[in-house]
Ligand binder design. Structure first.
Ligand code: MEV
Length: 325
């Protein structure tokens, strides 16, 4: 039996635009997905999820296997799609096409909420399954294989950002295939979560459509890239006020691209009104989480009292990526 864990992340800047080759800066946070894998003596797969911040669900599948679920089928299909593909990657990496597994997922990262839950599950899952088969992959290869999973499950529409960040930890810069870790100061992140989830595939497809339809939408995507290029220099200087300002700008552009929501905007404004240096949605949007920059208790307390905010918490930068538990 092998357990691996990998961190979730917030986007300081650049989600969505990164899908079109602009740079992005995601940062790993101290909330992890843990995946335990046990080899079976047949080729089947049993997946058991204890906490995806959903009611627990158990699914057994493989040849003629029964299915048992108690959450909306679309979310189960999305989650099991990632696990299926992660297992396929592990079988391929270990050259063990008929390996079967019992997989248990425990996650502190809400599903589909912009904190990189699927990337963390996939990275930890490939790591645990390959180790269980006696193969140890370097984090760069794990990131690459996990990216292929996200790309396949999201119909070819994914960047390397979430998976690279989860595999490597810390703050990273991703531009197309060029992925690297970058230096970052202490970043006082506060996360607000509305209890909901966005459909990443649909949201990415929506941005693609308006980007193709309107020149000004394509310009908006490029402008997000400009924010990231400027933001990297500010990050290196550690100027938190200017970083916050750029986060606000980035949120406005994401909103223009149609990926914010009433609850995300409400949480963003609650954090700003409470004195945060800046706030924006994080991830695909549509619902889920916002991230604010605030070293005081102001934004977190305000979010606690904001209607529609289900949970607010401080999130430290996690410099450690995937690891064996
Ligand atoms: C989703 O967490 C981030 C997006 O940029 C998609 C991706 O990068 O794969 C919306």
């Amino acid at each position: 039996m092998t357990t691996s864990s990998a961190p979730g992340k917030v986007y300081l800047f650049g989600e969505h635009a990164v899908v079109y080759g602009e740079p992005a800066v995601p940062c790993a946070i101290g909330r992890r997905a843990r995946v335990t894998v046990e080899a079976r003596d047949d080729a089947r797969l049993r997946v058991d999820s204890k906490d995806l911040t959903l009611d627990g669900f158990t699914v057994t599948y493989g040849e003629a296997a029964g299915t048992e679920v108690n959450v909306p089928q679309s979310l189960v299909e999305a989650a099991t799609g990632y696990v299926d593909e992660a297992v396929a990657q592990a079988r391929d990496a270990a050259d063990a096409p008929d390996a079967g597994f019992n997989v248990t997922i425990e996650s502190e990262i809400p599903l589909g909420a912009g904190l990189g839950s699927s990337a963390a599950v996939v990275v930890a899952g490939i790591d645990a399954a390959t180790r269980e088969l006696g193969v140890e992959l370097p984090p760069e290869e794990l990131a690459d294989r996990a990216y292929q999973v996200e790309r396949d499950v999201q119909d070819g529409q994914a960047s390397r950002a979430d998976t690279f960040c989860s595999a490597m930890g810390g703050a990273v810069r991703v531009e197309g295939d060029d992925c690297r870790r970058i230096e970052a100061p202490e970043l006082p992140f506060v996360v607000g979560y509305d209890g909901g989830a966005g459909d990443t595939g649909k949201l990415v497809a929506g941005v693609r459509e308006i980007r193709e339809q309107y020149g000004f939408a394509a310009d908006t995507v490029e402008a997000i890239g400009d924010i990231v290029r400027h933001g990297e220099r500010i990050l290196a200087k550690g100027d938190l006020d200017e970083l916050g300002r750029l986060m606000n700008f980035n949120h406005g552009l994401l909103s223009a691209l149609g990926v914010s929501s009433r609850s995300l905007d409400t949480m963003v404004w609650a954090a700003r009104d409470a004195g945060a240096r800046g706030a924006k949605l994080t991830g695909a949007g549509g619902g889920g989480c916002i991230v604010a920059l605030d070293e005081s208790d102001g934004a977190r307390t305000a979010l606690d009292y904001t209607p529609g905010c289900e949970q607010a918490f401080r999130a430290e930068l996690d410099t450690e990526g995937v690891r064996v538990e």
